[in-house]
Design a protein. Sequence first.
Length: 303
Amino acid sequence: MTLAALRTAFLLAVPVLAGCESMPALDADSTTVGDAALAQLSSGAATSSLGSLPVDDGRYTTGAPRKTWVYSCQSFPSGSGSQSLPWVSGQTWNSKEKVKVRGTVGWTRSLTIVRRGTQRTISGNGLPGHQTGTFPISPSDPAYEYDQNPNAIAPQSVSYSIPANPAVAAAPSCLNMGPIGIMLTGAQLFNAFDAQGRDAAVHELLDSCWGHPQQQGAYHYHTFSACMGDSVTGHSKLLGYALDGFGIYGPRGQDGTVLWSNDLDECHGHAHVIAWNGKRVTMYHYHFTYDFPYSLGCYRGSP
Ligand SMILES: [Zn+2]
Ligand SMILES: [Zn+2]
């Protein structure tokens, strides 16, 4: 690498990291992260909507991508047994009443994002820069009754090289299980399903930041989390990158209005002017929504 390229890489890396360190939700209210997260989750979206979201177990297609569905690379056995959950009523669930895994465990995030030529390289330890619940879930935690997640959160070796200027592909690509994106919190994003193809936000017991570890200890989200440090007005902030290189933003669109899945295309995104690599460009990007599938429905670019 030339000295000029090194300098460019360094200059590009610094603002991203500085931005992360100043995310208010990561450091403010550190002892009451749960309350702060819930308050932020509720702000901007109709409270009644968050109390009555659709349960979308098995809402996937392996054929053509479909708006408000997940285009999955795999199918799941149908008819997985479902337990009775107090926050579920018929085909809706209440995100405000869902039991959260308790705890305020702190972690040291390592995350480096460098843009070099046509590539953006992202490396880190997969640990979030915010507090998490206590995992494995303790038998004394009320969440244990519904989910006995035995996994502990552990550092990962996260390393991605994604396009810095991704292009819309000729056809969308399906989503695998496991990581579909990396968030600026340092932790990874998975798709909307648990291993049985059920709506993970409903069935998996998550902490106040809406995350939990899988078998290898990788802490991950299936949904938006207020702990990601979104802005509170206007178009949501860039909160992370999908593995096809496109940005993932919070739930608010161009005029600051909260978006729902039906407002977006089948991959859960849209195109308009955004700030990208320091320029204002018209570009495709994904949004989180409060309703299923919460983040990507498919890849619009090439993962
Ligand atoms: Zn999960
Ligand atoms: Zn947008």
